[in-house]
Structures are given as structure tokens and as C-alpha cells.
Ligand binder design. Structure first.
Ligand code: IPD
Ligand code: CA
Ligand code: CA
Length: 268
């Protein structure tokens, strides 16, 4: 029988403060280089990676390994070390790579800490706006140190939504286009920003009322899901079951419009 691992509030707070400084430092460095020529390689037909995704990852992973040698790390660009550990970092070194590659200033760094399959803390940093979103389980969510809350919109017709499309959009029938069409004529408007981490954080602070997406990876949503929940939001799969960062569906809302969105996602 395994021994359950827990982290004290002090250690969690230390890890949170460390992570905030780390993403601000790495984000600032990458931002300075953002106008330089990018070397783009392809992980899939339309799934890009640049040398700056890798550079951000190297800086983050080196710092985490040095300061938290006992924790595992799962990071997007082929880093998977000690992920069987009860405590592990889940890192997206650059979320919004397509935007970044095109010079569109909507991208972020996302780091979550998973303890016994549960996300304990999360930080998402947007260097372009100098916005640091953070959350600590049971202690609320913050934007640049100020407490944030989800919106109060009660009806889908008055709601601003956000979504994204999977990288297999050209090949798979489960490509979100049907859901997108359905929401486009029911909500006030639907946006597609290109960074799942920011989509979740923007829903957490009330800029969006609801967000849904398919086929994300744990690094896209680990930090943002915790931040949204700590801001008072609700997060599940499309059928209202418990959200799983390793799962295939995310529906994150202010709570009020959750069932209305579920009805659109699951038409009779
Ligand atoms: C992507 C972004 C995008 C989402 C994709 C993700 P990446 O992450 O979060 O918004 O629609 O599914 O893969 O590749 O830029 O880190
Ligand atoms: Ca991502
Ligand atoms: Ca990424």
C-alpha cells in the first residue's frame, strides 16, 4: 500500500512564490527575443515548435530540477522525468506557439504542481501584458496579487465564450466545428485566442464567461484549471463529470452558464 504524500502550506506557498518569479524571469527573457527570427519545426501538420519554446523549457526545467530535486517533471517538449513520483511539475514552456511564431502577442508560460493526482498550485504568466495569474488550492486565485473571481453572467445569450481547435482539425470529425457553430448563434460572441492557459485564466477573472475545448494535453490545462476553480468557476468534462487534466474534454465556466453550455454540447 502506498503512503499518501502531502505538502505543508508553507512548502506550497514557497513553491508558488518560486514559480511566480521563475515564469516572470523566463517570460521576460523570451519576450525580449520575441521579435527575432524564429526557427520553426513541425510536430504535426499544423503543430509548431520554435527554438524559444525549447529555450524557455530548458530554463524552467533546470531551475525546477535544481530547487525541487525530489519532484518529477512533465513538460511539453519531450521532458518526462520521474513522472511516477507523487509530486510533479506540469509545464507548458510556451502556450500559444502559433501566435508567438506569427508575432501575435497572445502567449503565456504555464506551470502547475500535481500532488497525488490533484493540482495543488498553478501559475500562468503573460509577458506581453505582464499579467501573472496564480492559484493555490483552497486559498483562491489572484492576478498580479489581487484576488480574482469569475463573472456573474447568468445567461448564455449574454455570454462571451472562448474555445480552441485541435491540431487534427483537418483529419478528425471530432474537430469542434459543430460545437463552434452551435455556440456562435447562441452566445453573444465566441473568440479563439490560441492559448488554452490564458483562456482558462481569462474565464477565471471574468473576461470570458465560459470556455470549452477538446483534446488538450495536461500542460495546457493543469495550472489554468486550478486557477479557474479557485476563482469560483466550475470545471468538468462536457457531460458534467469531474474534470481530469489528462482527459479529452474541458468545460470551464462561471458556474451559472455551465448547464446551458452542457445542453449545447450534448444536443438530444
Ligand atoms: C495550444 C494552445 C491552443 C490550443 C491547442 C494547444 P501550444 O498549445 O493552447 O489554444 O487550442 O490545442 O495545443 O501548442 O501553443 O502550446
Ligand atoms: Ca499548450
Ligand atoms: Ca507549448
Amino acid at each position: 500500500m502506498g503512503v499518501e504524500v502531502t505538502i505543508s502550506y508553507r512548502s506550497a506557498k514557497y513553491a508558488l512564490d518560486f514559480t511566480k518569479k521563475l515564469v516572470q524571469d523566463v517570460g521576460g527573457r523570451i519576450l525580449k527575443k520575441a521579435s527575432q527570427q524564429k526557427r520553426i519545426s513541425f510536430k504535426g501538420e499544423i503543430d509548431l515548435v520554435t527554438q524559444f519554446d525549447r529555450e524557455a523549457q530548458r530554463l524552467i526545467v533546470d531551475a525546477l530540477r535544481k530547487n525541487f530535486p525530489e519532484y518529477g517533471i512533465l513538460s511539453e517538449e519531450d521532458i518526462d522525468t520521474n513522472t511516477d513520483r507523487a509530486i510533479k511539475w506540469i509545464v507548458d514552456p510556451l502556450d500559444g506557439t502559433t501566435n508567438f511564431a506569427h508575432g501575435l502577442p497572445i502567449w503565456a508560460i504555464s506551470i502547475g504542481l500535481e500532488v497525488e493526482k490533484d493540482i495543488l498550485l498553478g501559475v500562468v504568466y503573460d509577458p506581453n501584458r505582464r499579467e501573472t495569474f496564480s492559484g493555490l488550492k483552497g486559498r483562491g486565485a489572484h492576478l498580479n496579487g489581487r484576488r480574482i473571481h469569475v463573472s456573474k453572467a447568468k445567461r448564455l445569450e449574454y455570454s462571451l465564450l472562448v474555445t480552441g481547435f485541435p491540431y487534427d482539425i483537418r483529419r478528425s470529425k471530432k474537430n469542434n466545428l459543430r460545437h463552434f457553430n452551435a455556440f456562435a448563434v447562441r452566445a453573444r460572441a465566441v473568440r479563439r485566442l490560441g492559448s488554452a492557459a490564458l483562456d482558462l485564466c481569462y474565464t477565471a477573472c471574468g473576461r470570458f464567461d465560459g470556455y470549452w475545448e477538446l483534446k488538450l494535453s495536461p500542460w495546457d490545462q493543469a495550472a489554468g484549471s486550478l486557477i479557474l476553480r479557485e476563482a469560483g468557476g466550475r470545471i468538468t468534462d462536457f457531460s458534467g463529470r469531474d474534470f481530469d487534466v489528462y482527459g479529452n474534454e474541458v468545460l470551464g465556466t462561471n458556474g451559472y452558464i455551465h448547464r446551458q453550455m452542457m445542453r449545447v454540447l450534448n444536443p438530444e
